[in-house]
Design a protein around this ligand. Structure first.
Ligand SMILES: Nc1ncnc2c1ncn2[C@@H]1O[C@H](COP(=O)(O)OP(=O)(O)O)[C@@H](O)[C@H]1O
Ligand SMILES: [Mg+2]
Length: 341
């Protein structure tokens, strides 16, 4: 069964603003799904409709088969929600915050204490249970917000830009908690973010959202692959130019080509070649062998993989001009260096 189903959903504010414009997606049970998009894309609006906080203008949304408009109470019972804005009260202790929350969610008196203790313990906040939240760091506050969502024992945890304003360390720590919850309790996770790294790290699938529309849905790996292959930068050693060519001072290497099954050379500047290939890691040793058999020594090879940033530019509005065929925008670099023998 789908944990969340969104079908042809639209939300218009006033007459003009189409915050969400006919989007459809499903989130499988147990999945970590990301809505990735810039500010104003419509992510929060989508989340608020799923969490029954606002009503759609048109379309259908259900959580575990329950229509959010017809069964708001039941839907809320299976959701944990961490909103974009701070949702804990600084003038109360961590424990008190969770107590209020558990009452809001009608957690029975007998269970309350146990659930609160469990949530605090799970998020490593037990030591600070009785401290005022206003003295907490940003990361601790966000952990408390997740603890708050856990009091409800949610089957689906919805987090709206959970890492905004956190330092890189707290961000990574938060990712670990989310992953742990997903693995240990099979909690389905829906997260919104404008952080490519976060989407890449956490999500099994993402939907790229812009101006109220979803432009593409897929798993990060496939989406990156769809940008158009991986780019190898191969530097040949000029000391090792075969003697038949070394008399020529410019373009010492001549114009090189490689067998098509290894990829294709898209640019050559003197001794440096850019090769586009489907699977860089597999192609590296074969390309090195190929050149070495021709008598060239390979000085270094580096592999550039497309990132979600490239994916975003490909499918987003600004895509086509900014991303060339080979997605040479911002890329991750891993260098594999082998010195000439
Ligand atoms: N209550 C509201 N009234 C009018 N316009 C709104 C309201 N909430 C959001 N919007 C507009 O809807 C669009 C989408 O907003 P939002 O869903 O918050 O995007 P995101 O969370 O992706 O940044 C934006 O243009 C925003 O200004
Ligand atoms: Mg938002």
């Amino acid at each position: 069964m789908n944990a969340i189903e969104v079908s042809e959903l639209s939300k218009t504010y006033g007459q003009e603003i189409k915050a969400v414009d006919n989007i459809s997606f499903t989130v499988d049970e147990g999945e970590v799904f990301g809505l990735l998009g810039p500010n104003g894309a419509g992510k929060t609006t989508t989340i608020k409709i799923i969490t029954t906080l606002i009503k759609p203008s048109s379309g259908l949304v259900s959580v575990f088969g329950l229509d959010v408009l017809r069964y708001p109470q039941e839907v809320r019972q299976c959701l944990g929600y961490v909103p974009q804005a701070v949702s804990v009260d600084g003038d109360l202790s961590a424990y008190e915050n969770l107590l209020i929350f558990s009452k809001l969610f009608y957690v029975g008196k007998r269970e309350r204490d146990e659930r609160i203790k469990f949530a605090l313990d799970y998020m490593d906040l037990s030591q600070r249970a009785d401290d005022l939240v206003k003295h907490f760091s940003g990361g601790m506050m966000r952990r408390l917000e997740i603890a708050q969502a856990l009091v409800n024992r949610p089957r689906v945890l919805i987090l709206d830009e959970p890492s905004i304003g956190l330092d890189p360390g707290s961000k990574k720590q938060m990712w670990k908690y989310i992953q742990k919850l997903n693995e240990e309790f099979k909690v389905t996770v829906l997260i919104t973010t404008h952080d490519m790294m976060e989407a890449d790290e956490l999500c099994e699938r993402i939907a790229i959202m812009e101006s109220g529309k979803i432009s593409v849905i897929g798993n990060p790996r496939d989406l990156k692959r769809s940008v158009g292959g991986e780019i190898l930068t191969v530097k040949l050693s000029t000391n090792s130019v075969p003697s038949s060519l070394s008399a020529r001072p410019t373009a010492v290497l001549g114009s090189l080509s490689i067998p098509p099954e290894l990829g294709s050379i898209v640019s050559q500047e003197e001794d440096t070649l850019k090769i586009v290939t489907e699977n860089g890691e597999r192609a590296i040793p074969r390309i090195m062998d190929y050149f070495e058999r021709l008598g060239y020594a390979v000085e270094s090879v580096s592999l550039n993989r497309p990132t979600l940033d490239d994916v975003f530019m490909k499918y987003g509005k600004t895509s086509l001009e900014r991303v060339g065929v080979y997605g040479e925008a911002r890329t991750q670099r891993r260098a594999i260096v082998r010195h000439s023998r």
